[in-house]
Design a protein around this ligand. Structure first.
Ligand code: ADP
Ligand code: MG
Length: 392
């Protein structure tokens, strides 16, 4: 099994290529707030444009529910992509619209959000066949979605024989860099995990504790773990259904003698927007009427000390609601600790990468992954469905 790269593609003369990209960028009021993923997709798009007849870029955006929803339209992305690529990008308002292929030679089109059709998340074969029908070749450069068995990353590539499908540069680079962490990482290997998508991130932690010397948990993730340990977390974000998994992770860390650290102090507030009360309290004494919004200063210092001794670091998920300036200190402290570290550092996740940018330390990170859940699963050694579907 080996991952086919762009150079392995055959018969590219006159080819029409469906390029599954990760253009799931944050959009508010029709404005793209962060173009990291768009920029990351450019090398593959440029390579294709120079060699094939037509490139149809496709992606999902946000939590669209299988029906068209203007809030999750990729339309604002088309303009940013066009600007970045320097060639016209025609927007197709339905990914199954046959008008997508009525283009001129050398053109680039962007298909509307794949998740406007229920078949995408359902990994539906019929949807995949309709999506793939106009295209002779398939390229996957959407590493951030590789851990999900959705039609555009699994059922679609299964329709193409070898020589007609490949990983883009981004997926290739991700697999190489994350492989350094997934295999036998140089120890001490420290993982920092936070963020809000607790349900998708807790299970991989169980495998991760087998590899790390320290596991530092912050952000919304820590709340569920604190609750699992029997501490009250007030009105904090928690995922009750993940409590058992959190307990299992705590147990296996204890059994293995892994240093699993939760925040000793936290920043609490009565609201995210326009809070009247903001306090630093012990994580063992969170007032019932408040919610945890960041790790506290003692925890920042503690995490920084552990990170300073690391030889390999993996970070996914902000330490707090860093979008709000008052609650960003913990996330920025971790970003800073990684920036000054001499370890091989890997950061993954949409919001984590945004935080790295905001901290201005992008260039001091070993590998900035565009995948969050995908990079976490990959470094635990789990085969990603989107990668498997490309292999011959
Ligand atoms: P990533 O995109 O890096 O994988 P996630 O998507 O899992 O990270 O989570 C990012 C979000 O988590 C951020 O928008 C941040 O506001 C939120 N978050 C972090 N800590 C908390 C917390 N204590 N309570 C609520 N939300 C939090
Ligand atoms: Mg995210």
């Amino acid at each position: 099994m080996s991952l086919p790269s762009l150079d392995d593609l055959e018969d590219l003369g006159g080819a029409r290529v469906l390029a599954r990209l990760d253009l799931n960028v944050p959009v508010r009021d029709g404005v793209v707030l962060d173009d990291t993923r768009i920029i990351a997709a450019l090398p593959t798009l440029r390579w294709l444009r120079e060699r094939v007849d037509e490139v149809a870029a496709c992606s999902h955006l946000g939590k669209a529910k299988g029906v068209p929803d203007p809030a999750f339209s990729l339309h604002p992305v088309a303009a940013v992509l066009e600007q970045a690529l320097g060639v016209p990008v025609r927007f197709i308002p339905d990914c199954l619209d046959p008008a997508a292929v009525e283009s001129e030679s050398g053109s680039v089109v962007l298909l509307e959000n794949l998740r406007f059709h229920p078949g995408e998340k359902a990994n539906d074969t019929h949807f995949a066949e309709r999506l793939a029908a106009p295209y002779s070749h398939y390229v996957n450069d959407a590493f951030g979605t590789a851990h999900r068995a959705h039609a555009s990353v699994v059922a679609v590539p299964q329709l193409y024989p070898s020589g007609r499908k490949a990983a883009g540069f981004l997926v290739e680079r991700e697999v190489a860099a994350l492989g350094r962490v997934a295999g036998a990482p140089e120890q001490p290997f420290v993982a920092v995990v936070g963020g809000a998508k607790v349900s998708t991130k807790t299970a991989p932690l169980q495998t991760l504790v087998e590899n790390v010397s320290s596991l530092l948990i912050g952000g919304g993730m820590a709340n569920t773990f604190l609750l699992a340990q029997g501490y009250e977390v007030g009105r904090s974000l928690v995922e009750e259904e993940m409590l058992d998994t959190a307990r299992a992770v705590l147990e296996s860390a204890a059994e293995r003698g892994i240093d699993l650290e939760l925040p000793e102090d936290v920043v609490v507030a009565d609201a995210i927007t326009e809070p009247q009360r903001v306090e630093v309290v012990s994580s063992r004494a969170v007032p019932a009427e408040l919610m945890i919004v960041d790790i506290g200063p003692r925890t920042c210092a503690r995490f920084a000390r552990v990170l300073a001794a690391a030889r390999t670091v993996f970070w996914n998920g902000p330490m707090g609601v860093f979008e709000v300036e008052d609650f960003a200190a913990g996330t920025l402290a971790v970003a800073e600790a990684l920036a000054i570290s001499s370890a091989f550092t890997v950061v993954g996740g949409g919001e984590s990468v945004m935080a790295i940018r905001r901290a201005g330390v992008m260039d001091s990170i070993g590998h900035v992954s565009t995948g969050g859940g995908a990079s976490l699963e990959f470094i635990t050694g789990k085969p990603l469905p989107g990668i498997v579907a490309l292999e011959n």
